[in-house]
Design a binder for this molecule. Structure first.
Ligand SMILES: C[S@@+](CC[C@H](N)C(=O)[O-])C[C@H]1O[C@@H](n2cnc3c(N)ncnc32)[C@H](O)[C@@H]1O
Length: 203
């Protein structure tokens, strides 16, 4: 599909989408917030008074959700893009895959954290296989970071696509965490290969 046709279809879908309307009414920056809310309703991974890292956070709806509903928690986020300020959030504009940025995140709290969430995805090319491959690599990198930097019993949530690295990611999750689930939240678009891996209780 040509890029401008792809963009037009995306705009039409956005206008009809009930989650887009709801997010505007509720003051969230993206419909993505409902995916995190649905994940948390089912798996209860977010608690109050915890340290959180939000990878690929822009425009910020996941961090907004945590900040609003778990107001004693502290969040550090990173994204290639900047984000507007959010209470209890410190944001780094940068590339998570760069080692010095990982060090910046680690140094910020100076200790291990309770929850790492990643909604990182590359800009979609329209080629679902390429998108899923690159996003799979990001997920794997985020999981390795989580294994190293979560407290014992810490939790990790990440977007992943059904694709080439899916089995490798699930296997690493099962080796490193006691409970691993794959979940497609109702608000995730049916025509997307997107799923989420919810890893609880780091071994
Ligand atoms: C689907 S959006 C995240 C939406 C966000 N969860 C929210 O609720 O507003 C994916 C984000 O991943 C970011 N991203 C992709 N690759 C990245 C990387 N290497 N380092 C940091 N952020 C990255 C993109 O810039 C993009 O903003």
């Amino acid at each position: 599909m040509k890029k401008n046709k792809f963009s037009k279809n995306w705009i039409i879908k956005q206008k009809r989408d009930i989650y887009v309307k709801k997010s505007k009414l509720e003051g969230y920056r993206s419909r993505a917030v409902y995916k995190l809310q649905e994940i948390n309703d089912k798996f209860k991974v977010i608690k109050n008074n915890i340290l959180v890292i939000d990878l690929g956070a822009a425009p910020g709806s996941w961090s907004q959700y945590i900040s609003r509903n778990f107001s004693k928690s502290k969040i550090i986020s990173i994204d290639l893009k900047d984000i507007e300020p959010i209470t209890n959030l410190v944001h780094i504009k940068g590339d998570f895959t760069e080692e010095h940025q990982k060090m910046n995140i680690k140094n910020y709290f100076g200790k291990k954290v309770d929850l790492i969430v990643s909604d990182m995805a590359v800009n979609t090319t329209g080629n679902k296989s390429v998108d899923s491959l690159v996003t799979g690599e990001l997920c794997l990198e985020a999981m390795n970071f989580a294994i190293e930097f979560l407290n014992k019993k810490g939790n990790f949530i990440s977007k992943l696509f059904m694709g080439s690295s899916f089995n490798e990611i699930v296997a690493l999750g099962k080796k490193s965490f006691k409970d691993v689930d794959i979940f497609k939240p109702p608000s995730s678009r049916k025509d997307s290969k997107e799923n989420f891996i919810i890893c609880r209780n780091l071994r």
